[in-house]
Design a protein around this ligand. Structure first.
Ligand SMILES: *Cc1c(COP(=O)(O)O)cnc(C)c1O
Length: 449
């Protein structure tokens, strides 16, 4: 079975963006839905699959967002659709903590197998990335009997009260929403492009700063968990240098701190490894998983060492909808799709096409300060030429240019100056190449100023 997309894999514009039907819906949207909700592209979706989104005016747009890395297997992937249809017809929900069903257990078994570490693992399923982060912290505190949680500059962990405290960026995520949860401690991030110290020694310098701060400002014996995204997502696809993650994991281990990888955005093949921590053979005590797990259906998980995962009191974790059977069926279809279609290797191959194109853009255009990322998770950081100063205007102009040409791009970054690429892993090469060519044109136009 191949999950060949059922809609033509082409970029095709039949109206301006947005077209008249989308414009009508935009009016209704602004009347009916909160204006506090963001919107990356002002078109309404009719269908999506493979590497394209078709809007209600009939425009076929290259999808470089994949629903923020949720549809790594593409929209409406065959195995996901089939599993979901069968499950919906059988039963839609009983609540796993009321009357259990096998799909939940099968997803746990798959996650325990797929996550790094040969030790015995167990899982809990929840509804969203933020809820998974919250549960990881609850479990880490229950296990260690310690209060403090260490997080990093540029981190993004979600929008609930605890996860807002863990997220770094104020506007838009935190502004007006405090007070925030206590016992969250933010550490310097090894951010190579903006590192002010020795460029040859970033991992070591950053590790020294972090461990010094933990010891002097918190006390290692008070720390339950170090929570980190192996490649930061909303923060701008910041990739720490080799050695930083293993160094943190080793420090955590030496001090009885649980090392928790927030792989919500990096997981499920995205970076060219099944999980981003695989790159350096890091084995977290707890893995936090969401976005790409269920082909776009709401599902998230905490997977970790069995002794850790069993440490909360019975019924201490759970929730009404967590691990809904339809979402579990979708997850099993997603995992089968990734494994049977070799999508992890596909992400790596896409990464080679993307890196080559981005390096060329960096060499041609002075506004491109940095390009970085791995596999199908890469980004460009824009600066005022000849400086390190963030160039937000360039980012805005380029995204707009690409939208007008039928390419959907997402932004990111603490300084709002990053364009990030998150194409579905099933995108055909010709669309990826076409999207990168349009991005190049958009940068050229902005660079010329
Ligand atoms: C998106 C994201 C979250 C939050 O996930 P939600 O499903 O939106 O709650 C947490 N951590 C990371 C790294 C993310 O990218």
């Amino acid at each position: 079975m191949t999950s060949g997309p059922h809609i033509p894999q082409e970029r095709r514009l039949v109206t301006a963006i947005p077209g008249p039907k989308s414009q009508e819906m935009l009016v209704r949207r602004s009347e009916a839905a909160s204006t506090s909700l963001g919107m990356a592209i002002p078109v309404f979706v009719a269908k999506a699959g493979g590497g394209v989104i078709i809007d209600i005016d009939g425009n076929s747009i290259i999808d470089m967002a994949a629903g923020i890395a949720t549809v790594n297997v593409g929209n409406s992937a065959d195995r996901v659709v089939k599993n979901v249809m069968e499950q919906v017809q059988a039963f839609t929900h009983t609540c796993f903590t009321v009357a259990p069903y096998s799909g939940y257990v099968e997803v746990c078994e798959a996650l325990n197998r797929l996550t790094p570490g040969s030790f015995k693992k167990k899982s809990v399923l929840v509804n969203s990335g933020a809820e998974a982060v919250e549960n990881a912290v609850k479990i880490a505190r229950a296990f260690t009997k310690r209060p403090a949680v260490v997080v990093f500059e540029h981190a993004y962990h979600g929008r609930t009260n605890l996860t807002m405290a863990m997220t770094a960026k104020n506007i838009p995520y935190k502004e007006g929403f405090g007070p925030f949860a206590p016992e969250i401690y933010r550490m310097p991030m090894a951010y190579p492009f903006r590192w002010v110290g020795d460029q040859e020694n970033i991992a070591q310098e950053a590790l020294e700063m972090v461990t010094h701060k933990i010891e002097k400002e918190i006390g290692a014996h008070n720390v339950a968990a170090i929570v980190i995204e192996p490649i930061q997502g909303e923060g701008g696809f910041v990739v720490p240098p080799i050695g930083f993650l293993p160094g943190l994991a080793a420090y955590a281990k030496a001090h009885g701190i649980l090392f928790c990888a927030d792989e919500v955005q990096t997981g499920f093949g995205r970076t060219g490894d099944f999980f981003a921590v695989n790159q350096e053979n890091v084995e977290p005590d707890i893995m936090i998983i969401a976005k790409g797990i269920a082909g776009g259906l709401p599902l998230a998980a905490v997977t970790g060492r069995a002794d850790v995962m069993d440490s909360a009191v019975p019924s201490g974790v759970g929730g009404t909808f967590g691990g809904n059977p339809v979402a579990c069926a979708a997850a099993l279809g997603t995992i089968a799709t990734i494994e049977e279609e070799g999508l992890v290797a596909k992400a790596k191959a896409m990464g080679e096409i993307i890196s080559k194109a981005l390096e060329s853009m960096k060499s041609k255009y002075a506004i491109v300060g940095d390009v970085r990322g791995r596999g199908a998770m890469q980004a460009l950081e824009f600066v005022i030429p000849g400086t390190m100063e963030p160039n937000t205007q360039a980012m805005v102009d380029i995204v707009k240019y690409c939208q007008q040409k039928g390419v959907l791009l997402l932004t990111a970054g603490t300084y709002s100056n990053v364009i990030r690429l998150l194409p579905p892993l099933v995108m055909p090469d010709h669309l990826l190449i076409e999207a990168l060519e349009i991005l190049d044109e958009g940068i050229a136009a902005s660079n010329a100023g």
